[in-house]
Design a protein around this ligand. Structure first.
Ligand SMILES: CC(C)(COP(=O)(O)OP(=O)(O)OC[C@H]1O[C@@H](n2cnc3c(N)ncnc32)[C@H](O)[C@@H]1OP(=O)(O)O)[C@@H](O)C(=O)NCCC(=O)NCCSC(=O)c1cc(O)c2ccccc2c1O
Length: 140
């Protein structure tokens, strides 16, 4: 059984549209924030500058299915697991609920990249110290 990282956030007024419900694009920011929170909870940063590293984690893919509208000021729970931990990529799954009821399910893939100013992003193997911390969240 995979470990799950959970985090909660409130739907802000600025996240909503004229129908009074959270706009579809807000969920992509929510998923990004949940990913960053997972990294922080493990003592990591999505900008890794330790030991002379210059690592970053740009996204190559993101998707979201919407099951029930979320409204201003509601609190949403984000359960984060890793569907695939590859050589350079991390495929996240986000289950988003309100009081236990499904609201949305999203997926996002980030790639560990070496970053240098004015140079293209270069995919690089996820360092073992980071992979070891992420492994418990990998789905069976
Ligand atoms: C990122 C790239 C440089 C990768 O290059 P390339 O695609 O040539 O690399 P590979 O073919 O070797 O693939 C690497 C790795 O990814 C997997 N993969 C590729 N495509 C997909 C896909 N569509 N779905 C799932 N998985 C995919 C592939 O299987 C490989 O996995 P392995 O584990 O087997 O190695 C290049 O693609 C690129 O430059 N892309 C553009 C990136 C971009 O501009 N993204 C949008 C903006 S990024 C962003 O919004 C962002 C958000 C944040 O929160 C950040 C936080 C911290 C730092 C940066 C952030 C950030 O940039």
């Amino acid at each position: 059984m995979a470990e799950t990282f959970t985090t909660r956030r409130r739907v802000e007024f600025a996240d909503t549209d004229m129908a009074g419900i959270a706009h579809f694009s807000a969920f992509f920011r929510y998923m990004e924030a949940a990913e960053h929170a997972l990294f922080r909870s493990l003592g990591l940063s999505i900008y890794d500058r330790r030991q002379g590293r210059h690592l970053s984690f740009p996204r190559v893919s993101a998707a979201c299915d919407y099951q029930s509208p979320a409204r201003c000021e509601e609190e949403l729970d984000f359960c984060v697991t890793i569907a695939k931990l590859g050589r350079t990529s991390i495929g996240y799954r986000f289950r988003i609920t309100r009081d236990g009821a499904p609201v949305a399910e999203g997926r996002m893939t980030s790639v560990c990249c070496h970053v240098e100013p004015d140079k293209p992003l270069r995919p690089t193997a996820i360092p073992e110290d980071i992979a070891a911390l992420l492994r418990p969240f990998v789905e069976p």
